[in-house]
Ligand binder design. Structure first.
Ligand code: CA
Length: 228
């Protein structure tokens, strides 16, 4: 089973919000709900969603403003945003405003179509959450079966090492700080010392080289770790 992605649904109409959340949950997504822009901005920091479905017309802070703010911040810039709006002229306007939204859907939308759009965005940003196979220089990670091979040989990997490797393989070359790895792999609610990260990186290195081959993980002094 692939890792469950978290979707933040921001919609002020309770009925619409519930239909959307219900369908996403039925598809295996973890769902956080926000009824207005302010709550959305707060939840983004708390829940660290993988994707946001954001209604344009919201009380207090509008969807456009939420989008603009999130795309300005380094920590949230990479989270895809699908903007919902009532009319296609609005979509044109939102596009024109260069809010940085990744996709736009006009209401009334078909839930099936919206799901497809959500998946398309995740395939790009969090491929492991939609069951994609990740590959990097002879290492193949199958997020559906949790199997990892290197040059065709099956590697023995603990669950934490598997999640670490998934994170690295989704963005080869990206340098991850220990704190970012803690957030991504252990979750924000759990208290774990940053040294724990080093211990598991050590185990992952050993696991990756159990049948030989070079160590693909790079230690970046003062910054963290990267794959390649
Ligand atoms: Ca609305």
């Amino acid at each position: 089973m692939a890792e469950q992605p978290t979707v933040l649904v921001v919609e002020d109409e309770p009925a619409q919000r519930e239909v959307l959340a219900y369908n996403l949950e039925a598809e295996g997504f973890r769902v956080n709900r926000a009824a207005d822009g302010e709550e959305a901005l707060m939840l983004v920091d708390e829940a660290a969603p993988d994707i946001i479905v954001l209604d344009w017309m919201l009380p207090s802070v509008s969807g456009i403003e939420v989008c603009r703010q999130l795309k300005m911040r380094t920590e949230t810039r990479g989270v895809p945003i699908i903007m919902l709006s009532a009319r296609s002229e609005e979509v044109d306007r939102v596009r024109g405003l260069e809010t940085g939204a990744d996709d736009y859907v006009v209401k009334p939308y078909s839930v099936i179509e919206l799901m497809a759009r959500v998946r398309a965005q995740l395939r790009r940003t969090r491929p492991s959450t939609v069951g994609e196979r990740l590959e990097y220089e002879g290492i193949v990670l199958d997020s559906e079966t949790h199997r990892v091979t290197r040059e065709g040989q099956v590697l023995k990997l603990g669950p934490t090492e598997f999640r670490l490797l998934t994170t690295f393989m989704e963005k080869p070359g990206r340098v991850w700080s220990r704190e970012q790895l803690l957030d991504r792999v252990w979750g924000r609610d759990i208290y774990v010392d940053t040294r724990t990260v080093d211990v598991h990186i050590g185990r992952l290195r050993k696991a990756l080289c159990q049948f030989g081959g070079d160590d693909p993980l790079r230690t970046v002094r003062g910054a963290g770790y990267a794959l390649g």
